[in-house]
Design a protein around this ligand. Structure first.
Ligand code: NIG
Ligand code: FE
Length: 405
């Protein structure tokens, strides 16, 4: 049935773009005040100012002055995990850093132990519960990574759970294979053996069963070098997996260059950047994805996204939701942090979390803006939010009252 949403206080992000915004376009958040919007079979078929509305046969939803806008896209999460790591949270409060916790057997290897033991059904139930929650916060498309399996069987288990989520949830879900998240305990003295396993067994099996869209590597000191990242990405690309890569979280070790060489859709984190990293991104189509809620939780520097935008680099925002470095899936909080800590304007931050975030999942042709013909993946905000600047301003709240998908 056709739906008409009328009396929209502000209809946000009204534009025809189907690719990531850059530079000056990031400063603009085109809107219509006192607007209507028509959804026909899940597609935005019309919109405009209330004064232009002619009578149509439709189910009517009265927004009563509330804001309507595109859903967030969360383009970087590790939503499928077996258990929280709240114990490490307390270690962190008591003074240990993320790196020190990992060295003591915590961190990713801690999650991997729990992942090995959980049944596939229980893992699915836990993940589905979280994804339901995530959607209530306005996320209308999401990427989910493997990477807590670190063995052929357990990586496949995680990816099958993501596939089941894809089948059962109404929003687009993209799966990323992150076998190279850490070297598992059984390969501690044989990293090359683990990389061979990723390249020769995991990637072919995943491609055969069509279990992933993207390939990721944690390119970082103590994890995978730029050279190893190069090999793994190359193998992934050969099997049709496009790179989306964890780079420059704690150190700049050449990950940006390698990722861009393999035409990565995005490079994510970017807390520590050299001039050459900036220059490489400036001349690429790779999207720079910042994860400010991760910086907040583990208390590390925030990615310098403002100068990136000024350099014409396409910038997106995501949560990095995971049990170790970012136990939050609140996209609005990430948007607030981008404003408060990274000094993006509300316009820039909202662009980065809607259209550019959709582009970071290759979905900008179908969502991320109010455009005729795009999918009506939208959200209506709560009544107390009267202007879009109040979205990041009311930080750490959930501004969403209703979702459409
Ligand atoms: O993006 N940096 C690597 N991976 C995650 C953290 C994973 C974990 O600690 O479980 C991140 O921060
Ligand atoms: Fe991550």
């Amino acid at each position: 049935m056709t739906k008409l949403i009328k009396n929209i206080g502000q209809l946000l992000q009204v534009r025809d773009d189907t690719t990531a915004l850059r530079d000056k376009e990031m400063h603009k958040l085109p809107l219509i005040e006192n607007a209507y919007l028509v959804i026909d079979k899940g597609i935005i078929s019309d919109y405009g100012s209330m004064s232009e509305l002619t009578s149509i046969d439709a189910e009517i939803i009265d927004a009563g002055g509330r804001i309507v806008m595109p859903s967030w896209t969360d383009s970087h999460t590790h939503l499928v995990f077996a258990a929280s790591r709240a114990g490490e949270f307390v270690d962190k409060i008591n003074g240990l850093t993320y790196e020190q916790i990992a060295k003591r057997g915590g961190g990713i290897l801690n999650s991997a132990k729990k992942m090995a033991d959980i049944s596939e059904d229980e893992l699915y139930e836990k993940s589905a519960e979280l994804l339901n929650e995530v959607m209530q916060y306005g996320t209308g498309a999401i990427e989910i990574k493997s990477g807590y399996g670190l063995s052929l069987d357990t990586e496949l288990k995680m990816l099958r759970v993501i596939k089941r989520l894809k089948q059962n949830f109404p929003i687009p879900i993209k799966a990323t294979f992150l076998g190279a998240h850490a070297v598992p305990e059984t390969y501690q003295n044989d990293k090359k053996g683990y990389i061979d396993l990723i390249i020769n067994e995991m990637i072919p099996a995943i491609a055969r069963d069509n279990l992933a869209n993207y390939i990721d590597v944690f390119c970082e000191k103590g994890y995978f070098t730029a050279e190893e990242t190069d090999q793994i990405l190359q193998a992934g690309v050969r099997y049709g997996l496009k790179p989306k890569v964890h780079v420059n979280q704690f150190n700049s070790i050449g990950g940006v260059e390698v990722a861009v060489k393999h035409h990565a859709v995005s490079v994510d984190h970017l807390e520590v950047m050299t001039q050459s990293d900036f220059d490489i991104l400036e001349h690429s189509n790779t999207i720079a994805t910042a994860l400010p809620a991760c910086s907040f939780f583990i208390d590390i520097p925030y990615a310098l996204v403002k100068p990136m935008i000024d350099k014409n680099i396409a910038v997106a925002l995501a949560t990095d939701f995971n049990p170790g470095s970012t136990p939050s899936f609140n996209m609005n909080f990430a948007v607030s942090l981008a404003c408060i800590k990274q000094k993006l304007t509300p316009e820039q931050a909202i662009n980065a979390a809607t259209l550019n975030a959709a582009a970071a999942l290759e979905l900008a042709n179908e969502m991320g803006s109010i455009t005729r013909g795009k999918k009506a993946r939208l959200m209506m905000l709560k009544n107390f939010i009267k202007d879009y600047k109040e979205i990041p301003y009311y930080f750490a709240t959930n501004p969403v009252s209703e979702i459409f998908f």
